[in-house]
Design a protein around this ligand. Structure first.
Ligand code: NAD
Length: 484
């Protein structure tokens, strides 16, 4: 085991490999045999227990995340807990409605009197694998969707946040029936063992390399997967912004990059600014970083989160070293405390190290363009389908009235898009959140989680007295039989 696995194991109790098939089987039997999850009341009771356990332990969650990677507690509260509890309340308030069979309009081949409807039935046993970066929000939102939909859940949190994962394991087992949820803790061996079991749906959130492993493994048993992956999400800054507007844009971009020290799947990965406003934008971003957000630009700043592990620090440090001459603010690294300063890199070229893969850290490369068409074709050929795209414009936000905005949003396919802001679409309780192409497939949140974890079963009711109307379908196909 690596040093980080050993450190994690000293805080988080890893699940014994032999216990994994036993635990999954127990849950599978529970789904099939006791059928508890078919009851709406049971689902609601479990969700309510979860609500109170989290509500009572918010500070402990923030504290655990601070221990794990110096996560600023206010960021944990605002970006993980508040939104998650809102989504839970929304789910509970709407569950009765969501479960109502949806009537299907009569079609010519059916008879008027036959009810046809879509029922949303649980898949059965769902495996949810979550990452470290928002370990509460990303797993909680999926878990409540799966429970609301009537599934039993096998849950694998990240081993990279051992304090949080141990606390969350305890809270889940305190709140939930052990016929409903089984948590598997550990790293690659435990996850691999978990993946050897049979599920009815798998949801993975994390990086693309592991996403590929999960999708291949799931394909062996034709298990459907939801993949929530990463990518390089661009922020376009158009040439039509006033001085005053650029100040706001700079603040929003800086927040979109440096929150959680850049370890956000929908973070602004890089900026593409029109060359007529680029200088002013860079000046404003530097000002925001140095004067507004982080006046003490050092490792002791309590408002800046640290990096998850040594390997990530060393990767970020390498990127910083190769871009030395272009750094306009930041650039400091303290390996001992895993601190990487908020760093802005100006005059970036498409071939620079910052533009190779998803940065996933507090480094903001800024590129300029003179021709939007050229910039778009560069982007299409390199980072085709990011998880998010952000477009800042001083003009109309209506695509019909803003041809440049229209062109970007048409030509760049992305999981989500926000005009004149960043990140906020993730917090929408009842809008689908997910990627496209390399940034993933499938989506969730609110109703869309419920949909993601249910099968849409078309059900048709027929009468037994009406065979005379249906006789034309039976052989022999004589003329007499074909007539009504
Ligand atoms: P991570 O290292 O915590 O890994 C995620 C999960 O995969 C963990 O539970 C881990 O145990 C498991 N895992 C790791 N290696 C494995 C292997 N070889 N086989 C099986 N399981 C394995 O998190 P991460 O991947 O570093 O997270 C960061 C990435 O996730 C970024 O690319 C980010 O963009 C992406 N992300 C996407 C979303 C989204 O909603 N689309 C959200 C958050 C993060």
């Amino acid at each position: 085991p690596s040093a980080s696995t050993k450190a994690s194991e000293s805080i988080l109790k890893y699940t014994a490999l032999d216990d994994i098939p036993v635990g999954v089987k127990k849950l599978t039997d529970s789904f099939h045999k006791n059928g508890k999850t078919h009851s709406i009341q049971y689902r609601l009771n479990q969700l309510r227990n979860l609500y109170f356990v989290i509500k009572d332990n918010q500070d402990a969650i923030c504290d655990a995340l601070f221990k794990d990677f110096g996560r600023v507690p206010t960021e944990s509260q605002i970006l993980e807990i508040d939104g998650s509890l809102n989504e839970l309340v929304h789910t509970m308030a709407n569950l009765h409605n969501w479960l109502k069979p949806e009537p299907v309009k009569d079609l010519p081949i059916t008879l008027k009197s036959n009810p046809i409807y879509i029922e949303r039935i649980p898949y059965g046993v769902v495996l949810i694998i979550s990452p470290f970066n928002y370990p509460f929000f990303l797993s909680f939102s999926a878990i409540i969707g799966a429970i609301a939909a009537g599934n039993v859940v096998v849950f694998k949190p990240s081993e990279l946040t051992p304090h949080f994962s141990q606390l969350f394991t305890n809270l889940l087992s305190e709140a939930l029936d052990d016929d409903l949820l089984f948590t598997i803790n550990g790293s690659i061996p435990e996850t691999t063992k978990a993946l050897e079991q049979k599920y009815d749906k798998i949801m993975y959130t994390g990086n693309n390399a592991v996403g590929t492993i999960i999708a291949k493994k799931a394909a062996e048993t034709l298990t459907p997967v939801i993949l929530e992956l990463g990518g390089k999400s661009p922020a376009f800054v158009l040439d039509d912004l006033s001085e005053k507007e650029l100040t706001v844009v700079a603040r929003r971009i800086a927040w979109g990059r440096f929150t959680n020290a850049g370890q956000t799947c929908v973070a602004v990965d890089y900026v593409l600014a029109h060359d007529s406003i680029k200088e002013r934008l860079v000046r404003e971003i530097v000002k925001v970083v140095k004067e507004e957000f982080y006046p003490e630009l050092n490792k002791d700043n309590k408002d800046f989160t640290h990096i998850i592990h040594d390997r990530a620090v060393s990767n970020l440090s390498k990127i910083i070293k190769t871009t030395k001459g272009k750094i306009v603010v930041g650039g400091d690294v303290d390996e001992a405390s895993r601190y990487v300063a908020p760093t802005v890199v100006d005059n970036v070229d498409w071939d620079d190290s910052t533009m190779k893969g998803e940065i996933f850290g507090p480094i903001l490369p800024i590129l300029s363009y003179s021709s939007l068409d050229e910039a778009l074709s560069r982007l299409q050929s390199r980072h085709d389908t990011p998880l998010a795209q952000y477009i800042f414009t001083g003009g109309s936000t209506s695509r019909a009235k803003n041809p440049k905005l229209n062109k970007i949003s048409q030509q760049i396919r992305s999981g989500g898009a926000v005009i004149n802001d960043v990140l906020m679409h993730v917090a929408l309780t009842n809008a689908p959140f997910g990627g496209i192409g390399s940034s993933g497939s499938g989506s969730y949140h609110g109703w869309f989680s419920f949909r993601a974890f249910t099968h849409e079963r078309t059900t048709m009711e027929q009468k037994l007295w009406n065979d005379f109307v249906l006789k034309a379908r039976y052989p022999p196909f004589t003329e007499k039989n074909q007539k009504l």
